[in-house]
Design a protein around this ligand. Structure first.
Ligand code: ADP
Ligand code: MG
Length: 247
């Protein structure tokens, strides 16, 4: 299902705030993303980047932290997945493999099982045929199988907050190799009451000691609690607002 109506984006207002804002891209071809990824993007039927993709892709490739607000259905998933997969392929780091715990290089948290699965499937589509290994964890009936997958190691872990916290508390996941932490649908996380747990996780010792990590937050709206979270956990970040963003 492709729910994007590009006509309505012609007059959409985009605002980027912060220091040294990278120039937006006009096409996927001119984005600097690896040909490999561009082929997978084309196969997905994406011809032109959406406004949030035009701005977020160069910002993330420039290794900046980002708080991005754009309405549901505006293409936020590819906006963070494409540059993350690009860097994981372009600047590969060995997977830490031991039977005791897993050290993902990118963690993406999303509020529901459905959204988590969607992101997982998109990530696999965009990285299809590459060495990037993506694993999903949302608990429920598949929990045991998923735990086994996680313990085999992965580059990208897509998870619901509850499941991720469970893994972290059992010492099965540490953030020592983490290069990307993505908080998707931040406003829904807030509505569902996940914020205190997420804050605790973001203050986890192995998370805090990692100075080189990029943190990316995505949200449809921008309520005060999310503004506070961005202020607390993002580092010299850019704020990207596509369209009218309400609190
Ligand atoms: P959001 O996370 O902002 O709600 P999604 O990332 O789920 O939006 O994208 C909404 C829909 O648009 C998905 O079906 C996705 O595959 C499609 N889509 C995203 N980017 C593009 C693009 N550049 N061209 C065509 N379709 C796209
Ligand atoms: Mg989304």
């Amino acid at each position: 299902s492709c729910g994007i109506n590009f006509d309505k984006y012609d007059k959409i207002e985009v605002k980027v705030t912060g220091e040294n804002v990278p120039r937006p891209i006009n096409s996927f071809e001119s984005s600097g993303l690896r040909t490999y990824i561009l082929d997978n993007v084309k196969k997905s039927g994406y011809a032109t980047p959406t406004p949030v993709q035009k701005h977020a892709i160069p910002i993330i490739m420039d290794k900046r932290d980002l708080m991005a607000c754009a309405q549901t259905g505006s293409g936020k998933t590819a906006a963070f997945l494409l540059p993350i997969i690009h860097v994981l392929l372009n600047e590969p780091q060995d997977l830490v493999l031991d039977s005791e715990h897993c050290e993902p290089q990118a963690v993406i948290i999303s509020p529901t099982r459905e959204l988590t699965l969607q992101i997982f499937n998109e990530a696999r589509k965009f990285s299809h045929g590459s060495m990037v290994k993506t694993v999903v964890a949302y608990g429920g009936t598949a929990a045991y199988h998923q735990a086994q997958q996680v313990m085999r190691g992965c580059h990208i872990l897509v998870a619901t907050p509850g499941r991720l916290i469970d893994f972290v508390n059992r010492g099965r996941i540490t953030f020592s190799s983490l290069r990307y932490f993505v908080l998707d649908e931040a406003d829904r996380m807030l509505d569902l009451g996940f914020l205190p747990e997420i804050e605790k996780m973001m203050s986890h010792p192995t998370m805090v000691e990692m100075g080189l990590r990029q943190t990316l937050m995505f949200s449809a709206t921008f309520p005060e609690e999310i503004q506070r979270l961005a202020w607390k956990f993002l580092n010299n970040y850019l704020f990207l607002a596509v369209g009218i963003v309400g609190g």
